[in-house]
Design a protein around this ligand. Structure first.
Ligand code: CO8
Length: 394
């Protein structure tokens, strides 16, 4: 039986109100899972140079004939000067440092066991939930946002949702280094519009598995980690450490300068898994030159649109790919080189952890800010992609 005319009108108005009854959104908890093993630059370079020596000896005739290029040695001085990276955490150190292997070794797990990426995600999520004063059952949206998923399906996010005992719905998404900020925007919009009450954004980055450890140009760049964030309605939040979301801004612009061609078609293309393009590769100089101005303009435009200027921002939690990159972005925004207080650095300890970098910076460096302080979380990377979230300490 259909409702009488008046009841229909009331029903429609209620739906409309619900549609426009936007909620204020806060970030209330962060979590960080750190991979168990550390590789210093010294250890990395010793292993790389042993690999190079062996490669050059094995290929001496071809190198002499000019048909194979000799592998040059890597150096700690170059790595620290060019990137600012001093060490990195990894899931498996022995495999990476074995000159005959040059990649981590993971044991396959049965389907009944928790996947590696889900295990990291659950650990980081539990920390974030505890910080937010929440139980997993309070969560009704889980996003697994990372630059690589360990399998196409079922979604990592659904496995994490199940392992935590969270409700609602879950999905995976990948925007390379901008995955976490793009995921944050999806969570913020869902909570704002009412389609979720409380969301987890989880970024398990196992960068060691798709880094070409035998490529001198990039073998030092990445590390493994997982971050998690709780996003929820301001009116029902319980944590004292609340970050009101003032705005989000995403942008993409296609570039081949950071690329990984591995995918489900590789097998059908009869590709050798050892082909160089089946792992991360980049034109580092071009990335540096093109992304820095894009990121600075992106942030400046966003904060201006919100009625602030860069001088009014207490802290920038920037993507952590390269120290000089962040210094340049800081300079374009502030007119001077950003101090560690204005734009904290964590890449010396963690290296580039893809989408997790800016979230680690936020996790590690937010406790000293005061009510009313404004900060910007911003990530940038392959795509190109840039995502930024402006927050105010409540
Ligand atoms: N040791 C000694 N010398 C070296 C080494 C080394 N390891 N590597 C290169 N060199 C030499 C080169 O041969 C070159 O020598 P020459 O001048 O004689 O030709 C010289 O050093 C300078 O080389 P480069 O021009 O390559 O060095 P740069 O100063 O440009 O530094 C960097 C290289 C550090 C890579 C720098 O370009 C950089 O950081 N660029 C930005 C990178 C960036 O932000 N990339 C984003 C990638 S992250 C992302 O988007 C996510 C992707 C998905 C995640 C992937 C996870 C694995």
């Amino acid at each position: 039986m259909s409702p009488p005319g008046d009841a229909c009108a009331i029903f429609a108005v209620t739906q409309l109100e619900r549609l426009f009854d936007m909620h204020n959104v806060v970030i209330t908890g962060t979590g960080l899972w750190v991979a168990p093993e550390v590789i210093s630059n010294d250890e990395l370079v010793v292993a790389f140079n042993a690999y190079a020596k062996h490669f050059n000896e094995e290929n001496a005739a071809a190198i002499a004939a000019g048909s194979v290029a000799a592998v040059a040695e890597s150096s700690v001085e170059f790595i620290e000067k060019a990137s600012g990276i001093k060490r990195r955490y990894v899931v498996d150190k022995a495999g990476v440092l074995d000159p005959a292997r040059m990649r981590p070794h993971f044991s396959p797990r049965p389907d009944e066991a928790l996947s590696l990426q889900a295990e990291m995600g659950v650990a980081a999520a539990k920390q974030a939930l505890a910080a937010a004063g929440r139980e997993a059952a309070d969560i009704d949206m889980v996003i697994c946002a990372a630059s690589n998923m360990q399998r196409p399906y079922p979604a990592m996010a659904v496995e994490i949702q199940g392992a935590l005992g969270a409700g609602g719905y879950a999905f995976d998404m990948n925007v390379a280094c901008s995955s976490a900020t793009f995921g944050l925007e999806q969570a913020i919009n869902a909570v704002k519009s009412g389609s979720a009450k409380a969301a987890l954004v989880i970024s398990p980055e196992i960068c060691s598995a798709h880094l070409a450890w035998a490529d001198r140009d990039c073998h030092f760049i990445f590390g493994d980690v997982c971050t998690a964030l709780v996003v929820e309605r301001a009116e029902t939040a319980q944590s004292d450490n609340r970050w009101e979301v003032l705005g989000t801004k995403l942008a993409t612009s296609f570039s081949n300068n950071i690329r990984n061609n591995a995918g489900f078609l590789s097998r059908c293309e009869d590709r050798d898994p050892a082909d160089r393009d089946q792992l991360f590769r980049q034109e580092g100089r071009k990335v540096f030159k093109e992304v820095c101005p894009m990121a600075a303009d992106h942030i400046a435009g966003q904060i201006e649109a919100l009625g602030f200027n860069a001088a009014g921002v207490r802290r920038f939690w920037l993507h952590q790919a390269n120290l000089a990159m962040n210094q340049l972005i800081g300079k374009r925004l502030l007119g001077h080189e950003a101090s560690a207080d204005e734009a904290p650095v964590i890449l010396d300890e963690f290296a580039n952890t893809a989408s997790a970098g800016s979230i680690i910076a936020f996790h590690r460096h937010n406790a000293d800010l005061k009510a009313g302080d404004i900060g910007v979380i911003c990530s940038f990377g392959a795509g190109y992609s840039i995502g930024s979230v402006v927050v105010r300490k409540s």
